[in-house]
Design a protein around this ligand. Structure first.
Ligand code: 1HN
Length: 371
């Protein structure tokens, strides 16, 4: 039971013999909208993070089939202006959030469809799982999207999606929306009709990639804003090459790269970390737990992850939720690539970050069998 709003004083608040009875005090506190600390339940300040979200897995086949049905049945334009299916963590009592701080969804665009421009204070990322020939316009810059590409739509940037493709397109959307809502910092604005010229075809490359996607080289003139990465699209060809060369150079079965602001070196967005982790067949990662939550999108490969004792078997397109402070380890059955979205930059900025490496592989006490 949550403590907020509790009206019953705790046992220890009873008056000792000879003391004045307290009910009157509690009644008067309640009248004044004041609560005594000693009447609160212990979960007011847990000894370690106690997220309501639970470890979970959404299977790609299930989500894609439902997205395809939504694509047939529901036009874009219904609330939110996007055909996005939110991955709703069953621990969050019906909220459409994957973890306590992160929104995760699969968005589906039919051939030649468009999703209109809007902007919001929540930042978003798109990580493409299927298709090509779609572009997202971010503050007027057309960004091509194909499988394995990462596109940023930072806070308050205008964005719209267009398909020039003959195939449906599906991508993973990640937003910091639950966090922004918890901070009461949400703003949303639809664009005026005809706001942007969408262009007629997916561009070969974005303007920001022309300026910022060359290794170790950045324009001498400062970018317009330091609030987020000036590079808005991270193409699959670069990610694939970087991961392969890192794995080869280090000889490590576990290689992880972070999508960084090429000018400042910090995370591409101030509220969310995006990373790509390559796990070679035969690797078993150490068991770790971190403060802050993450969403893992399986880009390629198969394997098993154990999250707080529950074993989840995964394959391409599956999405996992890892709530705060849950122990996690991964064991790929074949070489795998995982896209990892987390709220780590927020925890680090607030100096609340903490990671523990647990020595023992964790005991498996359950296996996932739903989703
Ligand atoms: C949004 O703007 C997009 O632009 C996707 O594609 C998902 C979920 C909640 C609020 C805004 C998009 C969203 C969203």
């Amino acid at each position: 039971m949550r403590s907020q709003g509790a009206t019953q004083p705790a046992q220890s608040a009873r008056p000792a013999d000879g003391e004045a009875p307290l009910p009157e005090l509690y009644a008067d506190l309640g009248q004044a909208n004041i609560q005594a600390l000693w009447t609160q339940a212990e979960d007011l300040m847990p000894r370690s993070p106690a997220p309501r979200a639970v470890p979970w897995l959404w299977r790609w086949d299930t989500v894609l089939a439902l997205a395809g049905r939504a694509g047939q049945a529901v036009p874009i334009g219904r609330g939110g202006e996007r055909r996005a299916l939110a991955l709703a963590n069953p621990g969050l009592a019906g909220l459409p959030f994957a973890t306590g701080t992160l929104w995760g969804a699969i968005q589906y665009l039919n051939p030649r469809e468009s999703a209109p421009a809007h902007r919001h204070s929540s930042a978003a990322i798109r990580f493409v799982l299927q298709g090509q020939g779609v572009w997202t316009t971010v503050d007027g810059e057309a960004c091509p999207m194909a499988r394995g590409d990462l596109v940023l739509t930072p806070s308050m940037t205008w964005h719209e999606h267009h398909s020039g493709s003959d195939e449906p397109m599906a991508w993973f959307d990640g937003l910091d929306l639950p966090l922004v809502n918890a901070l009461d910092a949400s703003f949303f604005e639809p664009a005026a009709a005809g706001y942007l010229d969408a262009g007629r075809a997916a561009p070969a490359r974005s303007r920001s990639a022309a300026l910022y996607a060359h290794p170790g080289l950045v324009p001498s003139a400062a970018p317009a804003t330091g609030r987020h990465s000036p590079l808005l699209v991270y193409r699959r060809e670069h990610t694939a090459r970087a991961l392969a060369e890192m794995a080869e150079a280090t000889g490590q079965g576990d290689a992880e790269l972070r999508f960084a602001d090429p000018v400042h070196g910090r995370d591409a967005l101030p509220t969310m970390r995006c990373a790509m982790r390559r796990l070679a067949a035969g690797t078993r990662t150490p068991t770790t737990r971190s403060v802050g939550s993450s969403i893992i999108v399986v880009f390629a490969g198969r394997g098993t992850s154990v999250i707080d004792g529950t074993a989840f078997r995964w394959g391409p397109g599956d999405v996992l939720a890892v709530p705060s402070w849950c122990a996690v380890d991964h064991e790929p059955a074949e070489t795998a690539e995982l896209f990892v979205l987390s709220d780590a930059p927020v925890l680090e900025a607030l100096r609340l970050d903490r990671t523990e490496v647990l020595n023992q592989p964790q005991a498996v006490t359950g296996a996932w069998s739903g989703g």
